[in-house]
Design a protein around this ligand. Sequence first.
Ligand code: ADP
Ligand code: MG
Length: 452
Amino acid sequence: MNVKGCEVEQQKPGGAFVSFKFSDTLLETLASGGYRLPTPIQRKLIPVLMQGNNAVASAQTGSGKTLAYLLPILESIAPKDTSTHHYTKAFILSPTKELAQQIYEVTKPFAAALGLRAVLLQGGGKRTDEVKRLERGVDIVIATPQRALEHIEAKRIDVKAIKHLVVDEADMMFDMGFVSYLEKIFAVMTERSQKIIISATITPRVVKLAKAYIKPLRRVELDPPGKVADTITQFLYPVVRSKKEALLAWLISSNDLKRVLVFVRKKELADGVAESLKEWGYKVGILHGERMHQERKKSLLAFREGRYQILVATDIAARGLDIADLEAVINYDIPHVKHDFIHRVGRTGRAGKEGMAITLVSPDEIEQLNDLQKVLGSKIKEVIIPEYAPKEVKSRGYLLHPPQRKRKAPSKKKTSTPGMTKKGKKRKTTKRDGWKLFDAAKENGKKKKGRK
Ligand code: ADP
Ligand code: MG
């Protein structure tokens, strides 16, 4: 396994997990999980947390923040002898059920090896099962805020005993309106418990919350906010709004994308886009907040296992998800919240792998695009496909930035742009492009539509 920014670390001597003086069991579990070397955020945050400090920490998505807080906690609460009884020592909060589940999956093998019990408490989960497990005794609770508070208020969790509290994806907690739950939870924690806030971006709201409840506080930051990983290649496709669905289908087909995550702003749009992709003949899953928990779980699993080629998701539903081998992220539109763009794009190019991020922009989104480019700093490469591009863009030859003319360097190997030839012309449609299949799917879709 390999993670963003880790190559450099690997060349340094003494960069192993052993340097943190973890127990043998923890080190063995890390090794059997395939974790060889700590990522940069792990190197930086683990020592701070092992000294018992409170912290607010940030690093880009996919940088390994989960283990960065989990390992010191596990080391701290690992039973020293077999007689230790089970009570809540670590409390980890996550904004969505999917993320809570993901943290739970990472925790499980470590908990099993160390003789600790972990439980997942989340809306949609069976309350009676949760109560039973809490009554039996657990060491680590991973929960969504509302459900967590419910159990705390019902006195099923002894908050006085909690040694470590983590708020993961804190900026998203605000976006989802969970701050009042967090404040209530913070208010009942003891002063001596270690408090950790984790966020991909430390927004002013996060700082305000941290300062109100956590003293003293260490700030551990890795990347400047708004950074897209270097492993991700980005493209921008100007498109007439009414042709977005067709361009989306064409991009997936012509780039032969096997696993692609499509982001849309609104849940209604997610349903519509998914429906239209199905009509083109694709297997598509949907992930948005309005869907039932079981449906979300099913869609995500089918996508992870490759039974769905495409997952259409809203920002809230897909934030923080770790999906292996995601070739590409396609932004059907520009997100409401600018930093969501970084999160969307961060779903690909994870664990040091190459990824591609494609953004479709229609003329009514130019203002948002301009704002976004200010946040990103760098320009995204524009690709104009005459059939789909707005008239004015076609005649001008670009949307925001005129292409820079480079001097010829004939011997250098050129990289190709999706849907284009190496010379920058639109590629001729051949069988290899999957067009035959694509046309067939299109016909099929039309027929189906006609039958309705
Ligand atoms: P973040 O919370 O920063 O977005 P995650 O904690 O979800 O990132 O980790 C991203 C991916 O990196 C996961 O697939 C995880 O298994 C992997 N990972 C984390 N730490 C390491 C490590 N030290 N070595 C190898 N892979 C790691
Ligand atoms: Mg995370």
